[in-house]
Design a binder for this molecule. Structure first.
Ligand code: GLA
Length: 378
């Protein structure tokens, strides 16, 4: 068992006074390339990180307990707290005709919340897998991901795409996940950074972003409006030749989406050839496109990417929704300390908050860790 999973079991046993029947866990993610393309029917390339949310659960009761956020109740109404994620998953199960009986659950995790590393998708994915097993509901990983997305969109009220839930549920260790967000086909792409002496460095700017109160929904509307102007169903269906029919904001948003989709497919090709230099160049281009055309970067994220470029890191870009949160870089393992220090100094000089750094490895997707099948429903 991983440490987070042991902590969830301990929290369950201490707080809820019994042994859990099931333990499941699910990872956060970083997106390597393909930003804001998911809700445009396009391509994304996330990988799961070695930070997880674990849940220990058992039938009976009404308690939801989080080691990080404290106690709550499943039966209470939507209250804007962390508990809305598990409640939303229950709501989505029941909305699709799967009854969820009484249960209690304890959560523990080490995905930094609010940093754009998808701690919310990790809570949803771990809850969905645990409840599915606890109540004998057999769904494919893809259907679990769609169910979690429904919880997030319709219960929590955040209009996110499918990337985060897919990444948390379908990623494999040592690999990135190429997702075609229209057909929902997904495919693992080997991401063997270590054998090339490289590592994935994540810089958390500490600038919190809640998707609900940023320009996320606005970006989504602008993309939809550009698609309407072009007379296509989604920007996935447009190509660079269409751009001269757009202007202003619609042009910039569409140009990012169209070129970003192409970059994802190109990035997959470079990864298959272990060509991290070419992969890294695509990351820098992606960042420029997000800064200039999609306008979702902030000075902190730009500073990280500039410092990485000056230090000749193979690639760097913001990751996730933008407006704050994290940036990533592919870095020679031996350069991590120097790069982090020089980013810290640059941040201090510009009066930014002190950033945090994480080195991540492409980790396994969601898993049921232990289960006792005795109480499964028919
Ligand atoms: C957030 C959303 C995802 C995706 C990214 C941007 O993480 O939850 O669905 O749209 O932003 O790529």
């Amino acid at each position: 068992m991983r440490e987070t999973e042991r902590r969830a079991v301990e929290a369950y046993t201490d707080r809820l006074g019994q042994e859990p029947e099931i333990v499941a866990s699910a990872p956060g993610r970083v997106n390597l390339i393909g930003e804001h393309t998911d809700y445009n029917g396009g391509f994304v390339l996330p990988c799961a990180v070695d930070r997880r949310v674990a849940v220990a659960a058992g039938q009976g009761g009404d308690e939801l307990f989080s080691e990080n956020f404290g106690p709550s109740r499943r039966s209470e109404a939507h209250d804007g707290s962390w508990a809305d994620y598990p409640r939303g998953v229950v709501w989505a199960f029941e909305g699709s005709g799967n009854e969820i009986g009484a249960f209690r659950a304890a959560f523990a995790g080490d995905v930094p919340p609010g940093a754009g590393l998808s701690s919310s998708a990790a809570i949803e994915a771990a809850t969905a897998l645990a409840l599915g097993r606890l109540f004998g509901i057999e769904l494919s990983r893809k259907d679990f991901a769609l169910l979690c997305q429904r919880a997030e969109n319709e219960y929590v009220g955040v209009p996110s795409g499918i990337m985060d839930q897919y990444a948390s549920l379908l990623c494999e260790a040592g690999a990135a996940l190429l997702v075609d967000c229209r057909s929902l086909e997904a495919e693992s792409v080997p991401l063997d950074l270590a054998s090339e002496g490289l590592t994935l460095l994540v810089c958390d700017t500490g600038v919190e972003r809640g998707l609900a109160d940023t320009g996320y929904a606005e970006r989504r509307e602008q993309c939809e409006s550009a698609a309407r102007t072009l007379g296509v169903e989604e920007l996935r269906d447009a190509d660079e030749g269409d751009l001269d029919r757009l202007s202003g904001v619609e042009l910039r948003r569409a140009r990012h989406i169209i070129t970003e989709n192409a970059r994802v497919l190109e990035a997959v090709r470079t990864l298959r050839e272990d060509d991290f230099a070419a992969f890294g160049r695509l990351m820098y281009e992606s960042h420029r496109s997000m800064r200039e055309d999609f306008e979702i970067s902030i000075p902190e994220l730009d500073t990280f990417v500039e410092v990485a470029k000056e230090a000749e890191a193979p690639g760097a870009r913001l990751t996730g929704a933008g407006f704050g949160g994290c940036a990533i870089a592919i870095v020679d393992a031996g350069d991590v300390e120097d790069l982090s220090e020089s980013v810290r100094q640059n941040f201090a000089r510009r009066g930014f908050r002190e950033p945090e750094f994480y080195e991540f490895f492409p980790a396994a997707g969601a898993e049921v860790v232990t289960s006792h099948d005795g109480r499964k429903r028919a």
